[in-house]
Ligand binder design. Structure first.
Ligand code: NOJ
Length: 767
């Protein structure tokens, strides 16, 4: 048995245990975000401070207020945007209005009516594309292609900024371990390591050229733990250990800070009893003091007012005060700051300097965007016409869509289909659909621009091939009236392609589901098609993992296409006919059934592991523990074989470990493989996950070729957080695992003897 020598790499634990107000040490954190120190000559500081001297209190508070622009839903509690607000200089920002003409009209009104003519900041939910719609973020995460995600975020920023937008509310970096939660569609899946890398790529993509009118500010949202609501119901409270918070949910936000994200959004939910929007520890002690975050924080939609519904504020005034004091700089949509904060200052509940701090942050953002030089610099109609929607983005969208798809099953190599095929039965509610396939946040996407699967096949195959299209059923209608036509078409075909799934708005905000099988009559339709006895290819489009046991049984081939966006049809056709060899792998586990949820791959050990040979173990009596498709899983048209993992038996003295493996493409196609590295700490002072992703590489391997993949692990990245949020690294044995998914792994035990590097205090969470 190993003797444990615990090195608590945290020296300074101050503050209360419950909130985990501690200093953190992690010698491996490469990018410490230093507080930006401005000296007197700093032009931005000088400008902003001089401007603030001219501002009245209401004008200052106005800068903290964000309104809905008028052509979109305002919701029952949202405050109306009136001319009088402009006249009094009480509008700082407007959200979700798209298009140069409309935005120019608003900016002009603001410049005409307001005394100080401080430019408005325009924000929009540009989540997976603006006009060109890319696959949903969850889909795209399955590409494991960080460069691609950088490129699509950048492309979205170029389109959005050409349409007048300064700021997107993305990326959502909430880790999601529960597929019932509809917003799983908007994130990067269940893993924190991968989530951090993707968060960074997306922030850098949106902000690629910040300060110029072809990039936008990004927003790390929703701070924090929004992805862990009870029972997967959106907006529900979150109760979590601080160790899990620090280890699983915080790191992607810290990765955004390190990548220079300009804004944060506080979450709707409460965390351990305190709503995020009124959580001083979170928004100030952690975000500002420990992480040295320099940008500003916006509340979520009406979330300041919702502090009353949470039951932590009785009246509007208290809610506004609580949010501002906690660290929410900008108030989205409910107008409470404008209504309440001046009185709070007069009654001495708040000081002007509290307001000034928030105002300065927002004015700095406007300055950095160049809006004080030219409030109209993003508002160029000719540029909008030129850049919003271009063929260059279509090819990127097509590539992104195909790279996001995950081949879940391919019995007897049904796929790829031969282009010599003569007759296809194309069935299902998503087979000829332009609206739903764009997914839940389609910004200014236009259904007319979407290439349907039917159209994609037609363009790929020409007119020689017969495509019998029958919708078969929809998502909710109980009718089976088209079943017999679908059966007949299937019987006459060489292959049946069934395009099934969810409606776009069955996932996304407030779209949690308790039952995750295909909705409506789609399974019954599949049963009918199966009876025709022809090769049955199922293409799925959905925003979350579904429970697919039945589908898996009936289908010969199963392609998870997610919601692919405007280039849907071309990307599906590219994969089905082998012009693109699928390489995506799941970033979220697909459960067998809803009762298993949450069933993420990196669960913690138990005293009675489910694999023990007696019944009183951690398991259900009616369903096994494993998922239908595990995290990291995905097939290719080719096959890869892994050689024996090479690595020493010990970490070297500096704490590094080189792990190598040869991967050979043994199949008939050139292809890409995503090689994954997992680690487990065998014995620790706290219960540790059975495994955790700690590295991956996506690489092209030509058929017949072998490539060597090297990883360098650093033991200082293999520590964990205790419940006081102190980072700990413990010497001993680690299990190193390499393979093609989180279940198909070869293992090797490696020891770290524990003489560590000289350590310095570090004051943040990191991976
Ligand atoms: C509410 C959502 O939670 C948030 O993600 C979004 O950015 C805002 N609405 C603005 O539309």
């Amino acid at each position: 048995m190993k003797t444990k020598r615990t090195l608590l790499l945290a020296t300074c634990f101050m503050g209360c245990f419950f909130v985990g107000h501690a200093q953190h040490i992690n010698p491996r954190q490469p990018k410490k975000t230093m507080p930006k120190t401005y000296h007197v000559a700093d032009k931005e500081t000088q400008f902003v401070r001089q401007l603030m001297q001219k501002m009245t209190l209401p004008e200052k508070i106005g800068q903290l207020s964000q309104y809905v622009g008028g052509d979109l839903l305002t919701g029952p509690q949202s405050a109306a945007l009136s001319d009088s607000l402009f006249e009094r200089g009480m509008v700082g920002s407007i959200l979700n209005v798209g298009g140069v003409e409309k935005l120019r009209a608003l900016q002009e009104k603001n410049m005409r009516l307001s005394r100080l003519k401080i430019p408005l900041l325009f924000a929009f939910d540009v989540i997976h594309g603006f006009k060109t719609i890319f696959p949903t973020p969850l889909a795209e995460s399955c590409s494991w292609d960080l460069n691609l995600m950088f490129e699509t975020a950048k492309a979205a920023a170029i389109e959005a900024s050409a349409s007048g937008i300064h700021w997107t509310f993305a990326p959502m970096v909430d880790i999601a371990r529960d597929p019932r939660w509809g917003r799983i569609v908007e994130g990067a899946g269940e893993d924190t390591y991968l989530g951090c890398k993707i968060a960074e790529a997306r922030v850098r993509g949106f902000q690629w050229n910040l300060g110029n009118p072809n990039a936008v500010m990004a927003c790390a949202k929703h701070f924090v733990a929004y992805g862990a609501p009870q029972a997967g119901r959106d907006y529900a409270p979150v109760d979590l250990s601080l160790s899990t918070l620090a280890e699983v949910y915080l790191p992607p936000f810290k990765a955004c800070v390190d990548a220079g994200v300009k804004t944060f959004m506080s979450a709707f939910n409460s965390f351990n009893g305190i709503p995020a929007t009124g959580n001083h520890w979170l928004l100030t002690d952690l975000l500002r003091k420990q992480w040295h975050y320099q940008g500003f924080v916006v509340s979520d939609w009406n979330a300041v007012q919702e502090l009353k519904a949470h039951g932590v504020a009785e009246i509007d005034e208290d809610a506004a005060l609580l949010a501002l004091k906690a660290g929410v700089d900008m108030n989205m949509t409910d107008g409470l700051y404008n209504r309440c904060l001046a009185t709070a200052v007069r009654e001495k509940h708040l000081s002007v300097s509290d307001i000034d701090t928030a105002v300065e942050r927002i004015l700095r953002a406007k300055y950095a965007l160049g809006l004080f030089d030219d409030p109209y610099r993003f508002l160029d109609v000719a540029r909008e016409r030129r850049e919003v929607r271009s063929s260059r983005l279509d090819s990127l969208a097509r590539k992104a869509a195909a790279s996001s798809m995950v081949l879940l099953k391919n019995n007897v190599a049904v796929l790829p289909l031969s282009k010599q095929i003569r007759r296809i039965a194309l069935v299902g509610p998503l087979a000829n659909n332009q609206d739903e396939v764009m997914g839940s946040w389609n910004a200014r996407g236009n259904a007319h621009d979407v290439v349907t699967v039917k159209e994609g096949l037609r363009q790929k195959l020409g007119n020689e091939v017969v495509i019998d299209y029958i919708q078969g059923c929809d998502f909710t209608d109980p009718s089976k009236r088209e079943f017999s036509a679908a059966f007949d078409a299937a019987q006459q075909s060489d292959v049946v392609i069934a395009v099934l799934g969810e409606k776009a708005l069955m996932s996304g905000e407030s779209r949690s589901r308790a039952m995750l099988r295909l909705p409506g009559q789609q399974e019954a339709l599949l049963d009918t098609l199966h009876k025709a006895g022809k090769p049955l290819v199922v293409v799925l489009m959905n925003g979350r993992p579904l429970c697919l046991q039945k589908v898996d049984t009936l289908a010969d081939a199963l392609l998870e296409a997610w919601f692919p966006g405007t280039q849907t049809g071309h990307a599906v056709a590219d994969i089905l006919f082998g012009d693109v060899v699928p390489a995506g792998k799941l970033t979220t586990s697909f459960p067998l059934t809803e009762g298993q949820i949450p069933n993420y791959y990196n669960y913690k050990r138990s005293g009675r592991p489910g694999d023990m040979p007696y019944s009183s173990t951690v398991r259900h009596i009616d369903v096994p523990n494993h998922n239908l498709y595990p995290f990291g899983y995905g097939l290719s048209y080719t096959t890869f074989s892994y050689g024996k993992m090479q690595c020493p038996e010990q970490f070297s003295a500096d704490g590094t470990l080189r792990v190598s493996v040869d991967v050979t493409n043994t199949g008939r196609f050139d292809g890409e493989e995503i090689v994954q590295l997992y680690v487990a700490d065998k014995v620790a002072s706290m219960v540790r996950p059975v495994k955790e992703l700690k590295g991956f590489q996506k690489l092209f391997i030509a058929k017949g070729q072998t490539r060597r993949i090297d990883f360098v692990l650093d033991v200082h990245d293999l520590g964990f957080y205790d419940n006081q949020m102190r980072y700990v690294i413990e010497p001993g044995t680690f299990e190193i695992m390499v393979g093609s998914d989180s279940e198909t792994l070869q293992k090797r035990s490696v020891v770290w003897l524990g003489e560590t590097l000289p350590r310095q205090a570090k004051d943040h969470i990191s991976r």
